[in-house]
Design a protein around this ligand. Structure first.
Ligand code: ATR
Length: 285
């Protein structure tokens, strides 16, 4: 579909941004459904964030994604924020609803769908989360609706503590913060049924890094790594090699994108096309 005077625009903003696969993924989906939409990527500096968002509004963009490092920062420039995104404290998707820019968080829903479609049932389960950044917030908040207990391990303890305190304001299950140390990691993983890596450890170009020594991976464990480049991180490779169920970050990337796509277009997202496009783009890199 060529770009015309009627083409509807959407975008992703962040810094850095040139590694993002969202433009490939969304544009392939628009083309597949013959929608007159275009998705662009913009690297935005912090001092220009407010003007960028006002500019999108002036140009009547149908919405945009927000990525690192603006998922929290952007909130103050939006007209409205959905209740869940507000509780999570981060927005990754903005929708133009009749001229009102409303923020949502689709990371948690994307992760939930990745895990459940990966064959893992969250109900009452014990979950170990590595990391306490924006992605961890969305995942802990969303999984806490189903899980029995969640332990958040982070290199910087204060950050894990803050995350847990915030989430416990609205959630009833036990959620505990710990500093990431070998001893705690060992004890927490031993009693966990799902291990989620939300840190960037293992991401390209440091693909041989992992937080979890292989000897801690036991047979009752499912491993979910939100890193998508490479799709098979060292953590996932080692989990598979001892026969564990392993869920990769491509699933979450695609499902959080699908959720945004559906909000912008009111059409069902072509999941398989989006997945195929992301895998193809990763191979090209
Ligand atoms: P995102 O929004 O994608 O979650 P982020 O907010 O930058 O990204 O969070 C990155 C997470 O990865 C943090 O939990 C970070 O730990 P700190 O809070 O201690 O910085 C974690 N992380 C990054 N590099 C790490 C490393 N080498 N070892 C352990 N944790 C790491």
């Amino acid at each position: 579909m060529p770009i015309t005077s009627k083409t509807v625009a959407c975008a992703i903003i962040g810094d850095p941004i040139y590694h993002s696969l969202s433009p490939d993924m969304h544009n392939a989906a628009f083309q597949h459904l013959d929608l007159d939409y275009v998705y662009l990527a913009f690297r935005v500096q912090k001092e220009n964030l407010s003007e960028t968002i006002s500019g999108f509004k002036a140009l009547n963009f149908c919405g945009f994604n927000v990525t690192i490092p603006y998922k929290e920062e952007c909130i103050k420039y939006l007209d409205e924020v959905d209740e869940t995104a507000l509780k999570i404290g981060a927005v990754n998707c903005v929708v133009n609803e009749d001229g009102i820019f409303k923020g949502y968080n689709t990371d948690g829903v994307g992760a939930l769908r990745a895990v459940t479609e990966g064959g893992f049932e969250l109900d009452g389960k014990r979950i170990a989360i590595l990391g306490a950044g924006g992605a961890a917030r969305a995942i802990v908040f969303t999984f806490a609706k189903f899980a029995g207990k969640i332990i958040v391990l982070n290199r910087t303890f204060q950050r894990a503590k803050r995350l847990v305190e915030d989430i416990l304001k609205t959630v009833k299950i036990p959620i505990i913060a710990k500093k990431l140390s070998y001893e705690d990691l060992k004890a927490v993983i031993l009693e966990a049924e799902l291990l989620v890596n939300t840190t960037s450890v293992g991401m390209y170009p440091h693909t041989e890094e992992t937080i979890v020594p292989q000897e801690l991976l036991h047979e009752r464990l499912t491993v979910f790594d939100i890193v998508y480049n490479p799709p098979e991180t060292r953590l996932l490779r080692e989990a598979k090699s001892v026969g564990l169920r392993a869920i990769d970050g491509i699933e979450m990337l695609v499902y959080q994108g699908a959720e945004a796509f559906e909000k912008w277009t009111d059409k069902k997202a072509p999941i398989e096309i989006m997945k195929k496009t992301v895998l193809k783009s990763l191979k090209k890199e």
